[in-house]
Design a protein. Structure first.
Length: 127
């Protein structure tokens, strides 16, 4: 349940509530622990993402939004490196130091990283 919660970006209690009300299917181990099959978790994550409304007061073409927590900010007088933990994903962004100050970014602050790329490279690990 904890791993599922981390992957979904919610609390373990939330995953337990979803399991209790059959929103997400679980099975029990011989020891009585509830588990969620990987395929079920993936399907649930897609359904959840599709059903969530974007509450932003603007629209944009980028669809790759990662909600998370700022874990580190390294800044000089002009530029800053901001690290976010978004569920299991670590996102690193280089933005202006002015933007960091304007947004109030610091470790522990919730933030959303929006990724818009014209070129994406995907690699498969070596066998």
């Amino acid at each position: 349940m904890g791993e599922a919660a981390q992957l979904l970006g919610v609390s373990t209690d939330m995953v337990r509530r979803w399991a209790d009300d059959d929103t997400i299917a679980t099975t029990r181990t011989p020891g009585g622990h509830r588990v969620i099959a990987g395929a079920e978790l993936a399907d649930f994550a897609v359904r959840r993402a599709e059903s969530q409304e974007d509450t932003a007061d603007h629209t944009m073409s980028a669809r790759n939004r990662f909600e998370g927590l700022v874990t580190k900010v390294t800044a000089d007088t002009v530029m800053a490196q901001v690290e976010l933990q978004c569920g299991p994903n670590r996102i690193v962004a280089l933005i202006s130091a002015e933007a960091v100050a304007d947004l109030g970014l610091a470790p522990g602050v919730r933030a959303v990283a929006t990724v818009k790329a014209t070129n994406v490279i995907v690699e498969a690990p070596s066998a």
